[in-house]
Design a protein around this ligand. Structure first.
Ligand code: SF4
Ligand code: SF4
Ligand code: FES
Length: 216
Protein backbone atom coordinates (compact mmCIF):
# COMPACT_ATOMS: atom_id res chain seq x y z
CA UNK A 1 0.00 0.00 0.00
CA UNK A 2 1.05 3.59 -0.60
CA UNK A 3 0.12 6.54 1.59
CA UNK A 4 -0.96 9.74 -0.17
CA UNK A 5 -2.16 13.05 1.22
CA UNK A 6 -5.10 14.71 -0.52
CA UNK A 7 -5.78 18.18 0.87
CA UNK A 8 -5.83 17.44 4.61
CA UNK A 9 -6.69 13.74 4.31
CA UNK A 10 -4.31 10.76 4.40
CA UNK A 11 -5.39 7.84 2.22
CA UNK A 12 -3.87 4.37 1.81
CA UNK A 13 -4.02 3.22 -1.81
CA UNK A 14 -2.92 0.22 -3.84
CA UNK A 15 -0.01 0.58 -6.21
CA UNK A 16 -1.26 1.68 -9.65
CA UNK A 17 -4.58 3.09 -8.39
CA UNK A 18 -6.12 5.92 -10.38
CA UNK A 19 -5.85 9.22 -8.50
CA UNK A 20 -9.25 10.56 -9.55
CA UNK A 21 -10.97 7.31 -8.62
CA UNK A 22 -9.23 7.25 -5.24
CA UNK A 23 -10.31 10.80 -4.47
CA UNK A 24 -13.92 10.21 -5.49
CA UNK A 25 -14.11 7.00 -3.45
CA UNK A 26 -12.73 8.80 -0.40
CA UNK A 27 -15.16 11.67 -0.41
CA UNK A 28 -12.96 14.24 -2.16
CA UNK A 29 -14.98 15.53 -5.09
CA UNK A 30 -12.98 16.56 -8.15
CA UNK A 31 -14.96 17.85 -11.14
CA UNK A 32 -14.90 15.34 -13.99
CA UNK A 33 -16.85 14.54 -17.13
CA UNK A 34 -14.96 12.09 -19.32
CA UNK A 35 -13.69 9.60 -16.73
CA UNK A 36 -15.36 6.22 -16.28
CA UNK A 37 -14.39 3.73 -13.60
CA UNK A 38 -12.94 0.63 -15.20
CA UNK A 39 -11.68 2.23 -18.41
CA UNK A 40 -8.07 1.10 -18.78
CA UNK A 41 -6.84 4.22 -20.58
CA UNK A 42 -8.85 7.29 -19.51
CA UNK A 43 -8.97 9.77 -22.42
CA UNK A 44 -8.36 12.80 -20.14
CA UNK A 45 -10.19 14.90 -22.69
CA UNK A 46 -12.57 17.11 -20.70
CA UNK A 47 -9.77 18.86 -18.78
CA UNK A 48 -11.95 19.29 -15.71
CA UNK A 49 -10.17 17.12 -13.14
CA UNK A 50 -7.08 19.23 -12.58
CA UNK A 51 -5.18 18.89 -9.30
CA UNK A 52 -1.81 20.12 -8.12
CA UNK A 53 0.81 17.57 -7.05
CA UNK A 54 3.71 18.65 -4.89
CA UNK A 55 6.91 18.69 -6.95
CA UNK A 56 5.15 19.24 -10.29
CA UNK A 57 5.17 22.72 -11.78
CA UNK A 58 1.81 22.54 -13.53
CA UNK A 59 -1.58 21.13 -12.53
CA UNK A 60 -2.30 17.69 -13.99
CA UNK A 61 -5.46 15.78 -14.87
CA UNK A 62 -6.09 13.50 -11.89
CA UNK A 63 -7.68 10.84 -14.11
CA UNK A 64 -4.38 10.40 -15.94
CA UNK A 65 -2.32 9.76 -12.76
CA UNK A 66 -1.53 6.22 -11.67
CA UNK A 67 -0.17 6.17 -8.13
CA UNK A 68 3.22 4.50 -7.78
CA UNK A 69 4.74 6.55 -4.94
CA UNK A 70 3.57 8.75 -2.05
CA UNK A 71 1.96 11.97 -3.27
CA UNK A 72 0.83 15.26 -1.78
CA UNK A 73 -2.18 16.42 -3.77
CA UNK A 74 -4.14 19.69 -3.61
CA UNK A 75 -7.55 19.65 -5.27
CA UNK A 76 -8.85 23.14 -4.60
CA UNK A 77 -6.09 25.69 -5.19
CA UNK A 78 -6.75 29.00 -6.91
CA UNK A 79 -4.98 27.80 -10.06
CA UNK A 80 -6.96 24.56 -10.16
CA UNK A 81 -10.25 26.36 -9.80
CA UNK A 82 -9.29 28.95 -12.41
CA UNK A 83 -8.55 26.21 -14.96
CA UNK A 84 -11.73 24.29 -14.12
CA UNK A 85 -13.90 27.39 -14.38
CA UNK A 86 -12.31 28.40 -17.69
CA UNK A 87 -12.93 24.93 -19.15
CA UNK A 88 -16.48 24.78 -17.89
CA UNK A 89 -17.22 28.20 -19.38
CA UNK A 90 -15.83 27.00 -22.69
CA UNK A 91 -18.10 23.97 -22.62
CA UNK A 92 -21.10 26.09 -21.74
CA UNK A 93 -20.32 28.56 -24.51
CA UNK A 94 -21.43 25.95 -27.05
CA UNK A 95 -24.15 24.35 -24.94
CA UNK A 96 -27.84 24.99 -25.42
CA UNK A 97 -28.97 25.47 -21.84
CA UNK A 98 -32.66 24.63 -21.62
CA UNK A 99 -32.77 22.54 -18.47
CA UNK A 100 -36.51 22.64 -17.98
CA UNK A 101 -37.01 20.83 -21.29
CA UNK A 102 -34.10 18.43 -20.89
CA UNK A 103 -34.47 14.84 -19.62
CA UNK A 104 -31.20 15.21 -17.70
CA UNK A 105 -32.53 18.06 -15.57
CA UNK A 106 -31.57 17.60 -11.89
CA UNK A 107 -29.27 14.65 -12.65
CA UNK A 108 -26.98 16.43 -15.08
CA UNK A 109 -23.24 16.57 -14.44
CA UNK A 110 -22.97 20.01 -16.06
CA UNK A 111 -25.49 21.37 -13.60
CA UNK A 112 -23.57 19.74 -10.77
CA UNK A 113 -20.23 21.17 -11.92
CA UNK A 114 -21.68 24.64 -12.49
CA UNK A 115 -23.06 24.63 -8.97
CA UNK A 116 -19.83 23.28 -7.50
CA UNK A 117 -17.66 25.83 -9.32
CA UNK A 118 -20.19 28.67 -8.88
CA UNK A 119 -20.53 29.29 -12.61
CA UNK A 120 -23.76 30.59 -14.17
CA UNK A 121 -25.20 27.92 -16.45
CA UNK A 122 -26.59 30.39 -18.93
CA UNK A 123 -23.37 32.10 -20.09
CA UNK A 124 -23.36 31.34 -23.81
CA UNK A 125 -21.49 33.87 -25.94
CA UNK A 126 -21.27 31.51 -28.94
CA UNK A 127 -24.93 30.60 -28.96
CA UNK A 128 -25.35 31.47 -32.64
CA UNK A 129 -23.20 28.45 -33.51
CA UNK A 130 -25.86 26.18 -32.03
CA UNK A 131 -28.55 27.15 -34.47
CA UNK A 132 -27.07 24.92 -37.19
CA UNK A 133 -27.12 21.79 -35.04
CA UNK A 134 -29.92 19.31 -35.69
CA UNK A 135 -31.08 16.34 -33.62
CA UNK A 136 -29.86 13.07 -35.15
CA UNK A 137 -32.73 10.60 -34.85
CA UNK A 138 -31.38 8.01 -37.28
CA UNK A 139 -30.30 5.46 -34.67
CA UNK A 140 -32.97 2.87 -33.82
CA UNK A 141 -32.42 3.11 -30.03
CA UNK A 142 -31.73 6.75 -29.22
CA UNK A 143 -31.70 10.32 -30.46
CA UNK A 144 -28.53 12.41 -30.33
CA UNK A 145 -28.78 16.07 -29.34
CA UNK A 146 -25.48 17.65 -30.44
CA UNK A 147 -26.19 21.01 -28.78
CA UNK A 148 -26.17 19.29 -25.38
CA UNK A 149 -23.15 17.05 -26.02
CA UNK A 150 -19.96 17.89 -24.12
CA UNK A 151 -17.91 15.47 -26.27
CA UNK A 152 -16.71 13.59 -23.23
CA UNK A 153 -16.46 10.35 -25.22
CA UNK A 154 -17.99 8.15 -22.51
CA UNK A 155 -20.56 6.76 -24.95
CA UNK A 156 -17.83 5.84 -27.42
CA UNK A 157 -15.78 4.19 -24.66
CA UNK A 158 -18.62 1.84 -23.61
CA UNK A 159 -19.82 1.06 -27.12
CA UNK A 160 -18.35 -2.37 -27.76
CA UNK A 161 -20.90 -4.68 -29.33
CA UNK A 162 -20.14 -8.37 -29.71
CA UNK A 163 -18.32 -7.92 -32.98
CA UNK A 164 -15.88 -5.53 -31.26
CA UNK A 165 -16.50 -2.67 -33.69
CA UNK A 166 -18.07 0.33 -31.93
CA UNK A 167 -21.20 1.76 -33.46
CA UNK A 168 -20.50 5.19 -31.98
CA UNK A 169 -17.56 7.39 -32.95
CA UNK A 170 -16.44 10.99 -33.06
CA UNK A 171 -16.98 12.66 -36.43
CA UNK A 172 -15.86 15.99 -37.93
CA UNK A 173 -13.42 18.33 -36.21
CA UNK A 174 -13.06 21.39 -34.01
CA UNK A 175 -16.32 23.17 -33.17
CA UNK A 176 -18.11 20.88 -35.63
CA UNK A 177 -17.19 17.69 -33.76
CA UNK A 178 -20.16 15.43 -33.06
CA UNK A 179 -20.87 11.86 -32.04
CA UNK A 180 -22.18 9.75 -34.84
CA UNK A 181 -23.53 6.22 -35.06
CA UNK A 182 -21.27 4.93 -37.81
CA UNK A 183 -21.23 1.21 -38.15
CA UNK A 184 -23.79 0.33 -40.79
CA UNK A 185 -22.68 -2.85 -42.46
CA UNK A 186 -22.45 -2.80 -46.27
CA UNK A 187 -25.89 -4.45 -46.46
CA UNK A 188 -27.39 -1.63 -44.39
CA UNK A 189 -27.77 -3.43 -41.06
CA UNK A 190 -26.95 -1.64 -37.80
CA UNK A 191 -24.61 -3.80 -35.67
CA UNK A 192 -26.08 -2.38 -32.48
CA UNK A 193 -27.20 -4.67 -29.69
CA UNK A 194 -29.47 -2.11 -28.04
CA UNK A 195 -27.54 -2.42 -24.78
CA UNK A 196 -28.18 1.33 -24.24
CA UNK A 197 -25.00 1.62 -22.13
CA UNK A 198 -24.14 4.76 -24.10
CA UNK A 199 -27.22 6.62 -22.88
CA UNK A 200 -26.59 5.33 -19.36
CA UNK A 201 -23.11 6.86 -19.11
CA UNK A 202 -23.89 10.17 -20.84
CA UNK A 203 -23.31 12.84 -18.16
CA UNK A 204 -25.79 15.24 -19.77
CA UNK A 205 -28.95 14.93 -21.85
CA UNK A 206 -27.30 14.37 -25.22
CA UNK A 207 -28.40 10.76 -25.80
CA UNK A 208 -32.08 10.14 -25.17
CA UNK A 209 -33.64 6.72 -25.56
CA UNK A 210 -36.51 6.53 -28.00
CA UNK A 211 -39.78 6.39 -26.06
CA UNK A 212 -41.01 3.32 -27.93
CA UNK A 213 -37.80 1.39 -27.22
CA UNK A 214 -35.28 0.04 -29.69
CA UNK A 215 -36.42 -0.49 -33.23
CA UNK A 216 -33.87 -2.98 -34.53
S1 SF4 B 1 -27.70 18.79 -20.51
FE1 SF4 B 1 -27.76 19.54 -18.38
S2 SF4 B 1 -27.23 21.73 -18.52
FE2 SF4 B 1 -27.77 21.02 -20.56
S3 SF4 B 1 -29.95 21.50 -20.79
FE3 SF4 B 1 -29.80 19.38 -20.06
S4 SF4 B 1 -29.95 19.55 -17.81
FE4 SF4 B 1 -29.45 21.59 -18.59
S1 SF4 C 1 -23.32 11.94 -26.27
FE1 SF4 C 1 -23.08 12.11 -24.02
S2 SF4 C 1 -21.59 10.52 -23.50
FE2 SF4 C 1 -21.42 10.84 -25.71
S3 SF4 C 1 -19.80 12.35 -25.96
FE3 SF4 C 1 -21.74 13.49 -25.90
S4 SF4 C 1 -21.99 14.06 -23.74
FE4 SF4 C 1 -20.44 12.43 -23.80
S1 FES D 1 -12.14 13.46 -16.01
FE1 FES D 1 -10.03 13.85 -16.15
S2 FES D 1 -9.82 14.96 -17.98
FE2 FES D 1 -11.93 14.38 -17.95
Amino acid sequence: MISIKVDDKYIEVSEGANLLQVCLENGVFIPNLCYLDGIAEPPASCRMCFVEIEGLEMPVAACSVRIHAPLVVSTATEQVRRLQRANLKLLLSVHHVDCRNCPANKKCELQRLAKFLKIALNSKPLENMLTQLQIDDTHPCFDYHPYRCVLCGRCVAVCRPGNGAPVLAFAKRGFDTIITSFGMSPDGEMPCEACTKCAGVCPVGALTLKPAGPNL
